[in-house]
Ligand binder design. Structure first.
Ligand SMILES: [Zn+2]
Ligand SMILES: [Zn+2]
Length: 146
């Protein structure tokens, strides 16, 4: 499948489609996402509620299956000051598949910008729901904690 546009929104059926949307969005932000990782809960669940605070650079996901919460990437370092707000789709659903993407500093593996792509489990809308400048260090290490 591929991305399709309805009105102002993009829709996709797979994580590859979501990745394409994260790339599209990140190019518009000048810092192109080049490394990616999908979120998967320890229980095997792939559907999450998402809360974030872009100012502090914090995102927390909650598994819709078992309820486990995880602070994504380097969020744990900044969570004390965060005011987390829950994300909703335009269809009012609050459950998403999540794909993290990062842009890197030139010639390094160090994270420069962090994007969180969401694919709505109800209506298949895809979009970057949270993104911020992130000095999270090594990309592989950061993406192992999403
Ligand atoms: Zn779970
Ligand atoms: Zn939706």
């Amino acid at each position: 499948m591929a991305l399709s546009k309805r009105g102002d929104y993009w829709y996709g059926t797979t994580l590859e489609d979501l990745k394409a949307e994260v790339v599209r969005f990140s190019k518009g932000n000048k810092y192109e996402a080049v490394a990616f990782a999908p979120s998967q809960c320890g229980c095997g669940g792939k559907h999450f509620r998402l809360e974030s605070d872009e100012t502090e650079g914090v995102a927390q996901r909650t598994c819709s299956g078992c309820g486990e919460t995880v602070l994504m990437g380097d969020s744990a370092e900044f969570v004390v000051d965060a005011r987390l707000e829950k994300h909703f789709c335009i269809c009012d659903s609050e459950v998403f598949e999540l794909l993290s993407g990062v842009a890197l500093y030139e010639g390094s593996n160090d994270v420069r910008w962090y994007y969180i792509g969401c694919r709505c489990s109800a209506c298949s809308l895809v979009g970057v729901f949270a993104e911020w400048k992130c000095e999270g260090g090594d990309a592989a290490a950061l993406l192992s904690k999403v």
